[in-house]
Design a protein around this ligand. Structure first.
Ligand SMILES: *[C@@H]1O[C@H](CO)[C@@H](O)[C@H](O)[C@H]1NC(C)=O
Ligand SMILES: *[C@@H]1O[C@H](CO)[C@@H](O)[C@H](O)[C@H]1NC(C)=O
Ligand SMILES: *[C@@H]1O[C@H](CO)[C@@H](O)[C@H](O)[C@H]1NC(C)=O
Ligand SMILES: *[C@@H]1O[C@H](CO)[C@@H](O)[C@H](O)[C@H]1NC(C)=O
Length: 325
């Protein structure tokens, strides 16, 4: 989870806590004038239905689902988190050890083999994806492998708890920075790198079914569409309002909010970003609703995540371009 997302969800949790404060608290707060509800009560949202195929598989009584991918490879999911293991000739190699799968990782392995776990590979350093690593062995009898950047991030955190520090790190093109919104160029490139492999199954860290080449291709096309749409919106924002024909004009949007909030310098920028993000989501969601499950659930936050790096990593600055006059 990116820091910004984390902060947003903390702010959101606080807002909910505020909105659901007890009636007594509400009463006393309204008497003192300190309480301002920030969330309007609203009806439960409904989203596009997800097909049976997209919804994935039924969990067993232990609350996991396992699927053989052939050649000794197995996909295991708890519905939210996934991992993969490979039964080799003399041992088992595990990729990721999500916390919520926990002991089920061993149960799944033991349901097909008695071979010991010899290697645990971390896809990235996030605690939710690798915190069950300590259940699989110790630094003495299992080799923990990670890309160098993962080790660096763990070292920077210091207290990495159940994430055993990788004993082998490597560089090269194994940088599957999937899910790292902070590294958008790497994230986009990862889709291309994945397609270069001759693979049949793709096991991502989330979602409850293993993917195939078509899925990776669809994800890649969506990410590129989101990228191009953000780019378009940022470039449009740099153009004049043109008498109402350019609803994305920064000049217009910023002016509007500045006029209504003359003493609040944060309001115009925040509103501008909200409108651009919403516009990108409004344009892209209908284009993908028949190809990507839950696009209406995540389309807006995907747009928000994409917008900033398009600006600051790719330099599509739009209305924030180099000042020349
Ligand atoms: C590794 O060592 C621990 C602690 O002695 C033990 O519980 C575990 O079964 C061992 N794992 C393997 C794969 O040998
Ligand atoms: C990939 O999986 C989807 C959904 O299960 C399926 O419809 C599609 O035919 C598969 N594509 C390939 C190339 O196997
Ligand atoms: C802008 O719109 C107004 C009102 O619709 C119109 O009177 C004016 O001529 C327009 N100006 C331009 C430059 O199109
Ligand atoms: C996006 O769509 C919603 C729902 O139709 C609408 O209320 C909102 O104004 C749209 N936002 C933009 C920026 O187009």
């Amino acid at each position: 989870m990116s820091l910004r997302k984390l902060l947003t969800s903390i702010a959101y949790a606080l807002a909910i806590a505020k909105a659901t404060a007890s009636p007594t608290a509400l009463l006393s707060a309204s008497v003192t004038g300190a309480y301002t509800p920030t969330i309007e009560p609203q009806s439960t949202p409904t989203y596009y239905p997800v097909s049976e195929q997209q919804a994935g598989s039924q969990l067993n009584n232990d609350e996991y689902y396992m699927q053989s991918l052939g050649n000794g490879g197995y996909f295991v999911t708890d519905g939210g988190y996934n991992h993969f293991f490979l039964v080799a000739c003399h041992s088992v190699i595990v990729v990721d050890a999500p916390a919520t799968l926990g002991i089920n990782i061993l149960k799944a392995i033991r349901s097909v083999t008695d071979l010991p776990v010899s290697h645990v590979v971390y896809s990235h350093h996030h605690a939710d994806h690798i915190s069950a690593a300590y259940l699989l062995g110790t630094l003495d009898n299992v080799t923990f492998i990670a890309q160098k950047e993962t080790a660096t991030k763990l070292a920077a955190i210091g207290d990495y708890g159940h994430r055993l520090y990788p004993t082998i790190t490597f560089e090269d093109s194994y940088t599957l920075n999937l899910g790292e919104a902070e590294d958008l160029p790497g994230y986009i490139k990862a889709h291309e790198q994945v397609m270069l492999y001759d693979f049949e199954y793709f096991v991502g860290g989330h979602v409850n079914v293993p993917g195939n080449r078509t899925d990776v291709q669809i994800a890649k096309e969506y990410v590129l569409d989101l990228f191009e749409t953000c780019k378009y919106a940022l470039l449009e924002a740099a153009k004049p309002y043109n008498n109402g024909s350019n609803e994305l004009s920064a000049e217009f949007l910023l002016g509007l909010v500045t006029a209504a909030n003359p003493s609040n310098p944060w309001a115009p920028q925040a509103y501008f970003e909200k409108v651009i993000t919403e516009w990108v989501a409004n344009v892209t969601i209908p284009r993908w609703d028949d190809r990507l499950a839950a696009i209406d659930v995540y389309g807006l936050s995907n747009s928000e995540t994409m917008l900033e790096p398009v600006k600051i990593d790719y330099g599509i600055l739009g209305s924030f371009g180099v000042k020349l006059d």
